[in-house]
Write a protein that binds this ligand. Structure first.
Ligand code: ACM
Ligand code: ZN
Length: 551
């Protein structure tokens, strides 16, 4: 059904030669840039990169050199040679010019890309130059995305004029490395996926009930105890009786590994936002340090999914001492302006029965446990603010009163985002309805690998508009972007993460980059034909690919 629609569209666009939405070059081939540029015009003709083509830096610094080298690395993998990088004025017509340029029209992250008989010209801020290179790569044959040498690959580019900039400043993807742990190598591959989609924020979910994944020097037991669980549930969490695999499971990132990932991301203009969950999703930490709970434990790093009643005690000063020490190390590792402090799914049962928590409520003149959570988050916010950071948290942090400078990640639908924007707080939209990539991609789940549930098809992701219609134009400005969330309870392997993330990540990339008025799902599908070829070149295990291998 969808396939035949694509073929018809393909035929129509070849006959017409140019449609109002997709772009076809002189050979009738669809120019496929994802996310779709806001302005693109084909001007007829081709430029071919060869061994003699130079990369010429204009306004060069280390950053431009790095961008040129990034491009060279891709080239060398596939065609076996690099282009000479020159730092001089040149009249050459066989060159890719990288022009550092601050231009109001292009903003912080926009770029212009012109290809004509005078060569290739990319202009913008450093991020802009980098995104120009990403578009350039997508104008080349899809093989350029692979790492294998391809004999006689012609590096032919269409003459084109592009002027482009993103709609939102937060273009994010999240990954839960706690329910299942992923190697640094895969984290870098995941960052590469964000890169090719011009996304700029990697939300790294590092602490959970089922495993703590960031080494903290002051608390070695987080690495020794909290990072490992005895075993893992088999099958869906809702099955009764639950069965377990009997295999110890876990892993931790050393601080050197964290630094390596942050640097890798930063070289690609991606900010890594770490998430340290509080006051809930803390059982792994409490297993090592039970004195930070209301009951004193003992606890076991959780082996099944779902929400735990045991959370950090809000009445115990030691909890704040612990979290402040942890966060002191975290802020040194992550240059991100935002630190994600979780805040979701923290049942208040323990706090209701805990003498220390009740004493805190009384002493602070709070009305209830929701206000106690607000006290907790506000205290952490003050601490992080003293370190020059801002907090972002799941929309539960609205309950009991939002901390003064907190940004909100709206996940339980749009309501939290709407409320926060009306209160003039910044918002990232990640509603389950459009952004939860752990949901099934088809209603036909019989032959699908087990997922948490739900149904989120590609078209629904694509048609998401992060700015709710309930907001006025002024309120809508508080929506700084959107993000796809990948919770990994049911994704034990990298291949399985890819299966759930793709092609939905491509659709979300367009949601956060391209102006709403320029989006068109049929046109996107047409451009996806080449995107799938790029993913094939990378070796991505996307949904819809034949012979799915997820184990
Ligand atoms: C969430 O999905 N618990 C934020
Ligand atoms: Zn307590």
């Amino acid at each position: 059904m969808v396939k035949s629609k694509i073929i018809i569209l393909l035929i129509i666009s070849v006959i017409v030669g140019f449609t109002s939405t997709s772009f076809n070059n002189t050979e009738g081939e669809v120019v496929s840039i994802i996310p779709k540029p806001n302005k693109l015009m084909l001007t007829g003709g081709n430029f071919v990169i060869n061994r003699d083509t130079k990369i010429i830096l204009n306004g060069s610094t280390e950053k431009s050199i790095n961008i040129a080298e990034y491009f060279n690395e891709k080239l060398e993998n596939v065609v076996g040679y690099k282009l000479e990088i020159l730092n001089e004025k040149s009249e050459s017509k066989n060159a890719i010019f990288l022009n550092y340029l601050i231009d109001e029209k292009l903003g912080d992250e926009g770029y212009s890309l012109t290809i004509n008989k005078n060569g290739v010209n990319i202009s913008g801020s450093y991020a802009g130059e980098f995104y120009g290179i990403q578009s350039l790569l997508q104008l080349l044959p899809s093989e350029i995305f692979g790492s294998k040498k391809v004999e006689n690959l012609e590096l032919k580019l269409p003459f084109v004029e592009i002027e482009d900039k993103p709609r939102f400043e937060w273009r994010g993807m999240h990954l839960d490395v706690c329910r299942h742990f992923f190697s640094v190598e895969f984290i870098k591959k995941y960052i590469d996926y964000l890169t090719m989609h011009k996304m700029n924020t990697f939300h790294w979910h590092l602490t959970e009930d089922q495993g703590w994944r960031i080494a903290i020097e002051k608390y070695p037991k987080l690495s020794e105890v909290s990072a490992y669980r005895e075993e893992t549930i088999i099958g869906h969490h809702n099955t009764d009786p639950q069965k377990f695999d009997g295999k110890r499971y876990g892993g931790i990132y050393t601080q050197d590994e964290i630094r390596e990932v942050v640097k890798y991301a930063s070289d690609r203009f991606i900010t890594v936002v770490p998430e340290i969950e509080l006051p809930g999703h803390a059982v792994a930490a409490l297993t090592a340090y039970p004195e930070l709970s209301c009951t004193g434990g003992p606890f076991k790093v959780r082996t099944s999914w779902g929400i735990s009643d045991d959370i950090f005690c809000a009445g115990n000063e030691k909890t704040f001492e612990f979290l402040e020490n942890v966060l002191s190390e975290v802020v040194e590792l992550f240059p991100s302006k935002y630190i994600h402090i979780g805040g979701d799914e923290a049942p208040k049962d323990r706090w209701k029965e805990c003498g220390k928590c009740q004493a805190r409520i009384k002493d602070e003149g709070l009305h209830d446990e929701h206000e106690l959570q607000s006290y907790f988050v506000t205290r952490i916010e003050k601490f992080l603010s003293s370190k020059g950071k801002q907090i972002i948290g799941w929309d539960e942090i609205l309950e009991g009163g939002l901390a003064p400078n907190a940004a909100v990640m709206s996940w339980r639908g749009n309501a939290g985002g709407i409320e926060a924007a009306k209160l003039k707080h910044k918002v990232v939209m990640t509603p389950t309805t459009h952004c939860y990539f752990d949901y099934y991609q088809t209603e036909n789940t019989e032959n699908e690998p087990l997922a948490i549930g739900g149904f989120l098809p590609l078209e629904k992701v694509y048609n998401f508009n992060p700015v709710p219609t309930e907001l006025t134009e002024a309120e809508g400005k508080y929506i700084i972007g959107a993000q796809g969330n990948v919770w990994t309870e049911y994704m034990p392997t990298p291949a399985h993460v890819e299966y759930m993330a793709f092609p939905r990540m491509s659709a979300l990339a367009e949601v956060v980059w391209t102006e709403d008025s320029k989006k068109d799902f049929d046109d996107f599908q047409l451009r996806m034909i080449k995107q799938y070829k790029r993913l094939d070149a990378i070796g991505t295990n996307y949904f819809g690919k034949k012979q799915i291998e997820i184990k």
